[in-house]
Design a protein around this ligand. Structure first.
Ligand code: GLU
Length: 619
């Protein structure tokens, strides 16, 4: 049986590592796997170095930006070798599956937004996970108590929260529609990276340590990520030959091999009978069958679109609430001349616009027919919502949703209280932005939901399964658009956004961060378009994450800048990660701005999540 091993080893040792026989599973690749050779983390750190991270670069000829330097470098190489933005995006995403396996990977889902330069058109792919056909409305209720499972870690760490993965089909669908390279060619660099290993950074080490209890609960996960039950040290090297073998398998047989055959059967079985070793966690079982995987498909919907101060803002439609919620908030803000207001007044309006649009998100948005998206994105409706805002006084949160059935632009009674909408989204995921020399652009956010997803690695396959179904409402209510239903996609907040000006790309941006994604993207757009910050400044700027709840999480720097003035208006803010907030951090965004003369300003986070990696073809 072949071992996915966490090892601390030098690059020289990697090269010299002994080779051993093929994996036990009949359908796995016959590629040989390097045997673990261990040295101290210190020695490894001396020899094996992570590629450089740069938060901002300016240049031409194509660009890739992500949270991870290995992944950005791989995407850039694909561009340099003649691949287009879609080829590079898939190669980058596959590499993130290696180096950011707690945020993304084959076992998850995501949303892909693409600007086609030739056609001048923005398209989307919804690769969100789906609920198995046999899921029950009370799937998240503990039969022992009749009450919902404790969310973290009990419900999260389960087979029942695993949705049918959409990421593999998203990659295939994107390549089929818009790519220029074969799947095998774009997966090859990531397979090599998985086989050779990468240097563990502080974020990865900490994420593993934070998940130690639940990773230890599964034999497969412990084997891959916990050496002798412990998290890896920063500076050690992690290799994942099982994932390399899975990428090789998919390269040889196509993505169909993920959805049908031994791997599909094994995925379904792993959710129904997770490989539990010793644990006190309940690990509720799932109901996924091979048929669920066979039936999975990516869907292509028209993007959401709003005109914001002469810019066309294209976003992700349902099943993500991202495009609609960002769009509604922008429409509300467009009614104010933000440039002429004080910084605190601008923030007051941003917070209030977000509260209003989150109230509508909770009431109206879900993966179902008949959602009134065009009303929610109309200027008339924005007018009706905006007139509830008092420039001198914060809302009593939660605010109620608006009445879409009667959107006439007439103001409703201000400041009545709405209902609390529980938010169980977590704050992990990863985002990448790619542009090529032809002018095509990809904005792609992918996730396995929680940091570490369900905590369950598919044995011998090198990837974690998601816990995306926890994005459904926990308690079934037939009036709730986000209720659990067979085959349905849980509502997402993912907001990959491409902004055009006069039909040409101006900006592409996206972020991880659960429900904070929406306000991160909103804040970046306001910072760039209204407040005149550069894109890197807009990404770096302090963040706030209002979602129609109190207290409102904000970064310390945000509190330092605006806290007192906003408190005077009645806002209740708290530092992100404090008790009562769902977010532990506010997401690490990436973006590209398209300047005159084909100049690209490529931006990643300077600090959050240890800083990202912006790369460009020609500096
Ligand atoms: N599951 C979340 C969503 O789709 C993303 C998770 C996260 O960003 O942490 O909105």
């Amino acid at each position: 049986m072949f071992k996915a091993s966490l090892v601390a080893l030098s690059t020289a040792a990697l090269a010299a590592a002994a080779l051993q026989g093929p994996p036990a599973q009949a359908d796995q690749t016959s590629a040989k796997t390097a045997q673990a050779v261990t040295t101290t983390a210190k020695t490894a750190a001396k020899k094996a170095k992570e590629p450089k991270r740069r938060a901002t670069v300016v240049g031409k000829g194509g660009a890739v930006t992500s949270v991870d330097p290995y992944a950005s470098r791989i995407g850039l190489k694909v561009l340099k070798e003649g691949g287009n933005a879609v080829d590079a995006a898939v190669a980058t995403a596959a590499a993130l599956g290696v180096t950011e396996p707690y945020s993304s990977g084959l076992g998850g889902g995501g949303y892909f937004v693409y600007y086609d330069a030739k056609r001048g058109k923005v398209s989307t792919l919804d690769g969100r996970e789906t609920a198995p056909r046999r899921i029950k409305p009370d799937a998240f209720i503990d039969p022992a108590t009749g009450k919902p499972y404790t969310f973290t870690p009990d419900l999260v760490t389960s087979g029942v929260s695993v949705g049918v993965p959409g990421t593999p089909k998203t990659w295939q669908a994107a390549l089929d529609r818009w790519g220029s390279m074969d799947l095998a060619d774009v997966l090859a660099p990531a397979a090599k990276l998985a086989r050779n290993g990468f240097v563990v950074d502080q974020t990865f080490a900490q994420q593993t340590a934070d998940n130690r209890e639940r990773f230890n609960a599964f034999s497969s996960t412990r084997k891959l990520f916990l050496r002798h039950g412990q998290a890896p040290k920063a500076g050690s090297v992690l290799r994942n030959p099982d994932l390399a073998a899975t990428y090789d398998l998919l390269s040889r047989k196509g993505m169909g091999a993920f959805y049908k055959g031994p791997l599909a059967n094994q995925i379904a079985k792993t959710t129904r009978k997770p490989p539990v070793r010793k644990t006190d966690l309940p690990v509720p079982r799932g109901s996924m069958t091979p048929k669920d995987l066979r039936k999975y498909d990516v869907v292509q919907h028209e993007p959401t679109q709003v005109d914001y101060r002469g810019y066309d803002v294209y976003g992700m439609p349902l099943s993500s609430s991202g495009g609609t919620t960002v769009g509604e908030a922008l429409n509300i803000l467009e009614r104010y001349d933000l440039k002429s207001l004080s910084p605190a007044q601008v923030q007051h309006l941003v917070i209030e616009a977000a509260h209003l649009s989150f109230a509508d998100r909770a009431k109206y948005l879900g993966d179902q027919d008949g959602v009134p998206v065009s009303t929610l994105l109309s200027d008339l409706y924005a007018q009706e919502r905006a007139c509830l805002i008092d420039p001198t006084k914060a809302f009593a949160v939660p605010v109620p949703a608006g009445n879409v059935a009667n959107a006439d632009g007439v103001c409703a009674t201000p400041n009545t209280r709405g209902e609390d909408a529980p938010d169980t989204e977590n704050v992990n995921t990863t985002n990448l932005t790619v542009a090529d020399k032809q002018g095509n652009v990809v904005e792609y956010t992918l996730t396995i939901e929680q940091t570490g997803g369900s905590g369950i690695v598919v044995p011998g396959r090198g990837f974690l399964l998601n816990n995306e179904l926890t994005d459904f409402s926990t308690v079934y209510d037939p009036a709730d658009p986000n209720r659990i239903e067979p085959g349905k996609r849980p509502r997402s907040s993912i907001s990959p956004t491409i902004v055009l000006k006069d039909g040409k790309p101006f900006l592409a941006v996206g972020s991880p961060g659960g429900s904070t994604i929406i306000t991160t993207v909103l804040g970046i757009l306001v910072n760039r378009i209204d407040l005149g910050l550069t894109l890197p400044q807009a990404i770096a700027a302090p963040r706030v994450a209002p979602s129609n709840k109190t207290p409102v999480p904000a970064e310390q720097a945000y509190l330092d800048a605006y806290g007192a003035a906003l408190a005077a208006l009645g806002h209740q803010l708290t530092v992100v990660g404090a008790a009562g907030t769902s977010a532990a951090e506010i997401g690490a965004a990436t973006g590209i701005e398209f300047g005159p003369g084909q100049q690209l300003t490529v931006a990643a986070e300077p600090v959050r999540r240890g800083g990202g990696a912006a790369t460009v073809v020609k500096k």
